[in-house]
Design a protein around this ligand. Structure first.
Ligand code: SAH
Ligand code: SF4
Ligand code: F3S
Length: 463
């Protein structure tokens, strides 16, 4: 190595050392994925570069989930590991800040500081635009908890220009609605995310246009109850999610629209019409039902019966015959008998979900369900979960196999495992492996499906 290159390398290393780095770990739902991206952007504007290597990080930020006990406990075990890492770095004279964001932060606040002495900042899902200020205080040695619901709107304070700026970001999330007023008796979301609020039409359209300008082709609208979104149009009309989808479909460059998660009680006629008429709205709908027994649905405060849910799906399928259904299930809610559970299996048989997520009921502090006395024993829950998952997996595989021989457009998203292979998405959210060049990422290509497993498809190019 010549003296000159050594010098250049040294100065590059010094510049890199001065650059603060943040490692963000995300738990939980897509909303947290979106929030992590936004926190990353806010931190980038504050001089933090992202890193995938936690040992390099000057700031470790955990964006956490409180939905089930296991999810919350994962955070504490991670914090144990990061405490040791922080100590090891301190021994080398390097400072590390640890922040806890998201739903555990909101639910447990101060308690996190007590349980985990290495944590410097606890910040809630509605206040993370104040993260840079919290870090300034933390650097000065203060331990900060900021989980008040902010009076200002975080979206007005988050940086705007970076959205979607990552190269080749083909598909992006866009939060349109947050919080929940439904109070299902098992669920912490109304407590961790607060009351149901909708972002304004203008904010959403601005963000969607920025995404499109940055090369995004597919937008997934997010909300804990996304189909409860409502807003005011430019001429003062009251709009719902259906209207919003029609408006977004007119943005140039946006080829595909999706939305998640919806509640059965908020599927209105205009949204049905969007499914019927909007080619850009993908034929895939995540519509959780949780259980098939009316008695349990009532105890869960879902406010609909199994028959009402099935009738709704019939109407959706009438509007969009090729729609694939996805769902969430909880087994072992307090008081659930074998007969109740059989009703869940029967409902699953009738719907035949293309995709589903199922969980053992986890009693959450502060929710009405946790107070009920007739909790189902753990091994009973485990047995039911296994039986339900066997059925769901069979349907998922059958759905995947029904695609074999089908021709479809897929949106190319990223390189596959092997040279010359790219991975795209089917309209039904399946990963499709196909021969393609990296330069084609972001394009829609026509393929014919040749093979199918439960989680991915293989295809050949046509046309
Ligand atoms: N807003 C969405 C769900 C959010 S939580 C809806 O209304 O459907 C995602 C899923 O986690 C839920 O659909 C439910 O199946 C599961 N879940 C929520 N609380 C749970 C608990 N206490 N125990 C087990 N699963 C739970
Ligand atoms: Fe939780 Fe029910 Fe609200 Fe969904 S609708 S977030 S399950 S309370
Ligand atoms: Fe978890 Fe909060 Fe999402 S509890 S599922 S991260 S809204």
């Amino acid at each position: 190595m010549t003296e000159q290159t050594t010098l250049i390398r040294q100065s590059a290393a010094t510049a890199a050392d001065n650059q603060r780095k943040v490692f963000i770990k995300t738990y939980g739902c897509q909303m947290n994925v979106y929030d992590s991206e936004r926190m990353g952007e806010a931190l980038a504007a504050d001089g933090y570069q992202p890193t995938d290597n936690v040992e390099d990080a000057d700031l470790i930020l955990l964006n956490t989930c409180h939905i089930r006990e296991k999810a919350a406990e994962k955070v504490y075990s991670a914090l144990g590991r990061y405490r040791d890492l922080k100590a090891a770095r301190a021994a080398e004279g390097r400072e590390t800040l640890i922040g806890v964001a998201g739903c555990v932060a909101q639910a447990e606040g101060e308690e996190i500081l007590r349980r985990s002495p290495a944590v410097d900042v606890v910040i809630g899902p509605q206040t993370y635009h104040r993260l840079p200020q919290a870090l300034v205080k933390a650097k000065a040695g203060e331990r900060v908890v900021d989980t008040e619901y902010a009076v200002e709107d975080k979206f007005d304070y988050l940086p705007k220009k970076e959205r979607g700026a990552r190269p080749k970001n083909v598909s992006a999330f866009l939060t349109v609605q947050e919080g929940c007023d439904k109070f299902c008796t098992f669920c912490v979301v109304p407590y961790t995310r607060g009351a149901e609020i909708s972002r304004s039409l203008k904010q959403i359209l601005d963000e969607a246009r920025r995404l499109a300008e940055n090369g995004v082709r597919e937008i997934t609208l997010l909300g804990q109850n996304v189909n409860a979104w409502h807003g005011e149009s430019e001429d003062g009309a009251e709009w719902g999610l259906g209207d919003l989808l029609f408006e977004l479909a007119s943005i140039e460059g946006i080829a595909r629209l999706r939305y998640t998660t919806s509640h059965p009680r908020d599927m209105d006629d205009r949204l049905m019409q969007a499914h019927r008429e909007l080619g850009k709205l993908m034929p895939y709908l995540h519509l959780p039902v949780q259980a098939g027994s009316d008695r349990i649905l009532k105890a869960m405060n879902r406010k609909h019966t199994a028959e009402e849910y099935l009738a709704l799906i019939e109407r959706i399928r009438e509007a969009r015959p090729d729609i694939a259904m996805s769902g969430d299930f909880i087994v072992g809610f307090p008081g659930e008998t074998e007969e109740d559970f059989q009703a869940t299996l029967a409902l699953v048989e009738r719907v035949r979900y293309a995709q589903a997520f199922s969980f053992k009921y986890s009693p959450r502090p502060g929710t009405p369900g946790a107070e009920l006395t007739d909790q189902v024993p753990e091994d009973e829950k485990a047995g039911r979960l296994q039986r339900l998952q066997a059925l769901l997996t069979r349907h998922q595989l059958e759905f995947a196999q029904s695609r074999i021989g089908m021709e479809m457009d897929i949106l190319l998203e990223k390189p596959g495992r092997n040279e010359g292979q790219m991975i795209g998405r089917s309209p039904w959210l399946q990963s499709v492996v196909v021969a393609a060049d990296e330069s084609e990422i972001g394009q829609m290509v026509r393929v014919k499906i040749t093979e199918a497993s439960a989680n991915s498809l293989a295809a050949t190019r046509i046309g």
